[in-house]
Design a protein around this ligand. Structure first.
Ligand SMILES: Cc1ncc(COP(=O)(O)O)c(C=O)c1O
Length: 381
């Protein structure tokens, strides 16, 4: 087989390690691994299987189609999907035994109608907006939603299994919004119980809250980024500090190597000009694969175990690295470039690329795609 020009290699043993770690951190709560957006770019189905095998009792996705794709892959465990637009066919996911979320009475009515069509009872998680102002039912409309849920429940069309919300500032553990959101959640629960809605599962915590805020764990935690071994709160701790292992390594092979004199302008716009004679290496991935243009002239890669700066503007299919500045100027075309990895051998991490491009590690891994190959290693493969 021809070795790929570039590949994202996902270590499923690392995922299993992270699931085990998170299970311990949130002992007492059930663990939902969030596998939306193609498993944050790591491959939804292999991640789902590895997570289940490592003990995740729940999986979570945003879209109904993602839930159906998981079911089509053979997944049969508890699964929640939480983002839908008016008019979607809830019947299909309800028939597939998927839990659904309702943020409004209109949405709950659509869920109940879908349940009616497929002659099933929908398992519903009522979502309350406790301060994110993104999705979820406002506190003003919440009494109406729980009344409506109680009615549908009496009719046998829905079963309210969960009440839940999502945090805005969990990556800043001292932010007052965290405690405020917990308070609003508790008040909302009182309102729900008074209306006769008594959910088995209350859930709020994402990865940063799971790792830093035990009071948010409640009955179930929904962990995404931490499962993939990246720190969801880099200002608080690194992945290693949290006992997590990055699952993805992004590797490529040098397409070409060239000697250039001092004063050579590199890539579009000549945003980098060499200051001395050096060796440039060409890495055959670019923004079409999800490498951020905003990382231009800020990021590093590892070649032959040495860190080399990325120089000049990142292009659609390729970017340039200065092998001379990294002391790897004896590298040749075809040699491996580690764009990022777990950091074990001093290579940059996805978090380093996030910092270099002014974004978050979530975006670095999730946006990878295009013509990249992706392979999975480890026991869960
Ligand atoms: C509703 C919901 N819960 C949980 C998560 C998981 O978040 P994290 O990746 O920070 O664990 C997400 C992801 O954005 C989400 O949208």
């Amino acid at each position: 087989m021809i070795r790929p020009h570039a590949e994202a290699v996902v270590d499923l043993d690392a995922v299993a390690n992270n699931v085990t770690r998170l299970t311990r951190v949130a002992a007492g709560a059930a663990l939902m691994v969030v596998v939306k957006a193609d498993g944050y770019g790591h491959g939804m189905v292999p991640i789902a299987r590895a997570a289940r095998a490592a003990g995740a009792s729940w999986l979570g996705v945003a879209l109904l189609d993602e839930a159906l794709a998981l079911r089509a892959s053979g997944d049969t465990g508890r699964l929640l999907c939480w983002l839908a637009v008016p008019g979607v066919d809830f019947g299909a996911v309800i028939a597939a035994d998927v839990d659904v979320a309702a943020s409004s009475t209109a949405q709950l009515d659509e869920i109940a109608a879908g349940a009616g069509r497929v002659q099933r009872r929908a398992r519903v998680h009522l979502k309350v907006d406790t301060g994110l102002s993104r999705n979820g039912c406002s506190s003003q409309l919440w009494p109406q939603l729980v009344e409506s849920a109680a009615t549908w429940q009496r009719n046998g069309r829905v079963e309210v299994v969960g009440v839940w919300s999502h945090l805005a500032c969990a990556d800043e553990p001292d932010h007052p919004a965290n405690a405020a959101q917990e308070r609003v959640l508790d008040e909302s629960l009182d309102v729900a119980r008074a209306a006769g809605v008594t959910p088995q599962l209350v859930h709020l915590a994402n990865s940063p809250a799971t790792l830093t805020r035990p009071s948010s764990h409640r009955d179930l935690v929904r962990v995404g980024l931490a499962t993939y071994g990246l720190s969801p709160a880099p200002d608080v701790g690194s992945a290693g500090d949290f006992g997590l292992r990055p699952a993805m390594a992004l590797r490529a092979r040098l397409a070409a190597v060239r000697r250039v004199p001092a004063g050579a302008g590199v890539s579009y716009g000549h945003t980098h000009v060499t200051t001395q004679p050096t060796t440039l290496g060409l890495v055959p991935i670019g923004y079409a694969e999800g490498i951020a243009v905003s990382a231009s002239n800020n990021a590093q890669v590892a070649v032959r175990g040495r860190r080399c700066p990325q120089v000049g503007r990142v292009c659609m299919d390729q970017f340039v690295v200065d092998l001379g500045a990294g002391g790897a100027d004896d590298a040749g075309a075809g040699d491996e470039v580690v764009v990022f990895g777990p950091g074990d051998d001093g290579e940059p991490t996805a978090q380093d690329w996030a910092a270099a491009s002014g974004t978050i590690a979530y975006e670095v891994v999730t946006r990878l795609g295009g013509r990249l190959f992706r392979t999975h290693t480890g026991a869960g493969r």
